[in-house]
Write a protein that binds this ligand. Sequence first.
Ligand SMILES: *Cc1c(COP(=O)(O)O)cnc(C)c1O
Length: 363
Amino acid sequence: MADKRIWNFNPGPATMPVAVLEKAKNEMLDYAGTGMSVMELSHRSKAYEAIQNSARALLAELLGIPANYKVLFLQGGASFQFAMIPMNLLPAGKSADYILSGYWAQKAYKEAKTLGTVRVAGTTESVNFNRIPDANELQLDANAAYAHLTSNNTIFGTQWKSFPKTGSVPLIGDMSSDILSRKFDVSQFGMIYAGAQKNLGPAGVVVVIMREDLIAAGRADIPAIMKYSTHAENDSLYNTPPSYTIYLVKLVLEWVKGLGGLAAVEKRNEEKGKLLYGTIDGQGGFYKGTADAKSRSLMNVTFRLPSEELETKFISEAQAAGFAGLKGHRSVGGIRVSMYNAFEPEGIKALTDFMKEFAKKNG
Ligand SMILES: *Cc1c(COP(=O)(O)O)cnc(C)c1O
């Protein structure tokens, strides 16, 4: 690893694969003999189009995206999708289902509420979102325009292990913090979206994977820039895309493919999770995971120490030992270890060694 890089547990923007940063550095001044940086290329040039097409093809290959879906690269982050989804897909006279499993799910719900009729189809708010709702706790509306869920709850450290069956109602998933971290069946969803800055690259682009019939069914009486159909018809080149970010997403996708694709990444993430959760559970109760065991996330791991004083001490001693970004979100407190795909297993090993030492000294 390059000198001076520390173990970066930031929840997003998050650590990038070093190999990707190195490659971007090597290509910074002259991309593929163009004599320009990618950020200086015209978005209408052949060289740039090849980058964007390759990012799209790699994502389709890695996720096994069926032929009747389109991949779009949009701006405004995942939060923009909170509005764009109901604007396109929630017509007057219909209602949309939202499953509330955490902070981002609630934000999506609140935004949709400003645009149409929405229902809560399940929530674990009463237990401070420490778990994913059980299948038998969901009350899904068979006539809903769509049903929305958040596959990984970045702040609360919980993750859906399997997704609810919604029949003919299109399921929409905010996968911002766990896309590409494990295998799943894209065809269970009508639409998936993910801000890039956790598992796909730097901030600045949101990837949308959407079934063609849903794109076509979008409302026609909204501004062109807000319509999925506009971006689909123009191959995400309706206006200037965040070209340099998309280039970095392409490099990250190549890196994932080089690791062995989703099966290999999933295994790597499971091993990191086993080591870290094993350490949390194995120190005689010094560390307490905040998520219910069966909802534990492999991307964001949340836990508490016996007191807030010890948590502050843990964070500052960890920082001094070379571990950054461990402070939990204010709504949960404690510690949050964000370990997306790019986070190297070696860093989890180092953190668990630190945790054992800390428990021994302070327990
Ligand atoms: C980070 C995050 C968001 C917000 O993403 P922005 O790109 O900042 O809008 C939304 N949903 C989830 C699950 C997230 O983790």
